[in-house]
Design a protein around this ligand. Structure first.
Ligand SMILES: [Zn+2]
Length: 287
C-alpha cells in the first residue's frame, strides 16, 4: 500500500531500527526495491529527487508506475513515495500528483524563511495525511546540482523546526552525498546525541548513507536515526554489474542484447544492495 511514512517511522524510532529510503530512477529500480521489501517483509520508502522526477517524465508518471506495481506485484508491505530534497514548488507539485510523503529542503534559506515555508507545508500535509521531512544544516556533497557544504546542524534550530510538527527531520552531522573522500572525519555523534535529546521522539533522517561504515550506521540508529537514505550505492552496484555483463561479451551472445537480459544483472545487484541495507538497518520483518 502507498502510505505516509509517519507510522513506519514512529515504529522504527520506538523499536530502534531504521527504514531505508531507496531512490528510484526507472522501472527496474522501482521493481527491484519493491520486490525486495516484500520478500523481506520490510517497510520501504521510495525516494524521488526533482531531477529523477524530470527524468521519469514527471510526478504523475511516477505515481502511476508505483501504484501499478504495488497492485500488479501484490506488494502488501507499507510503501511511502517520497520527494527527496524538494523545493517548495516541487513539494506542492508532488502533493498534487499523489505522492504520500515529501521533503522540503529549506536548509539553504535563512532559518526564519526555512521555518515560514516549513510551517505552511506542515499545515497542508497534516490536512492531507501525508508525511513531511524538513532539513536543518545543509548536507555535504552534490545531489542533482544541489551542493551542500557538509555543515553540522545547530541542535537549537533542529528543535525549532521539529516543534513545527514535521514528521521527520534531516540534520547535517557531517554526512555527505555521494562517495566519501578519504579524508572524511566521520559523523558527529555528539551533535546527533544533542539533536536527539532536544527533539525527543522525532524520527531523525540520515542522508548520504552510501559509504558510511556499518558501525557508524548502527551507532546513529541507536541515537535516534530512523530513516536512512541510500542512493549512490544502488547506482554503483547497477553500473558494476552491467559493466561485467558487457565486458564478458554477454550482450553479443544469442539474444543477450535483449534489454530484459541486458538489465537483469544490474537489477539483481540493486536487489542485493537493498537486502544488505535492510538487514543492516534492522527493518527486516517489521512491515
Ligand atoms: Zn539527501
Amino acid at each position: 500500500m502507498l502510505v505516509s511514512a509517519k507510522e513506519m517511522l514512529t515504529k522504527a524510532k520506538a523499536g530502534k531500527y531504521a527504514v531505508g529510503q531507496f531512490n528510484i530512477n526507472n522501472l527496474e529500480w522501482t521493481k527491484a526495491i519493491l520486490l525486495t521489501a516484500q520478500e523481506l517483509n520490510s517497510p520501504v520508502i521510495l525516494g524521488v529527487s526533482e531531477g529523477a522526477g524530470k527524468y521519469m517524465c514527471g510526478y504523475s508518471t511516477i505515481v502511476g508506475m508505483v501504484k501499478g506495481m504495488i497492485e500488479n506485484l501484490g506488494i502488501t508491505v507499507p510503501v511511502a513515495l517520497h520527494l527527496d530534497h524538494g523545493s517548495y514548488e516541487g513539494a506542492l507539485a508532488c502533493i498534487k500528483a499523489g505522492f504520500s510523503s515529501v521533503m522540503f529542503d529549506g536548509s539553504h534559506y535563512p532559518i526564519e524563511e526555512n521555518i515560514a515555508k516549513t510551517k505552511e507545508l506542515v499545515a497542508l500535509t497534516n490536512q492531507l495525511g501525508l508525511s513531511l521531512e524538513a532539513e536543518v544544516g545543509a548536507i555535504g556533497g552534490e545531489e542533482d546540482g544541489v551542493i551542500g557544504g557538509g555543515e553540522v546542524a545547530d541542535p537549537n534550530e533542529c528543535k525549532m523546526i521539529a516543534d513545527l510538527g514535521v514528521t521527520m527531520l534531516a540534520a547535517g552531522i557531517g554526512n555527505i552525498h555521494g562517495k566519501y573522500p578519504a579524508n572524511w572525519t566521520g559523523l558527529s555523534f555528539d551533535t546527533l546525541a544533542e539533536i536527539g535529546e532536544k527533539t525527543g521522539t522525532m524520527p531523525l533522517v540520515l542522508h548520504g548513507g552510501t559509504g558510511i561504515p556499518e558501525d557508524m550506521i548502527r551507532k546513529a540508529i541507536s541515537l535516534g536515526v530512523s530513516k536512512i537514505n541510500v542512493n549512490t550505492e544502488c547506482q554503483l552496484a547497477f553500473a558494476a554489474a552491467t559493466r561485467t555483463y558487457i565486458e564478458a561479451g554477454k550482450d553479443l551472445e544469442g539474444k543477450g542484447f535483449d534489454p530484459r537480459k541486458l538489465l537483469a544483472p544490474g537489477f539483481d545487484a540493486i536487489r542485493a544492495t537493498v537486502k544488505e541495507k535492510m538487514e543492516l538497518f534492522g527493518s527486516v520483518g517489521k512491515a
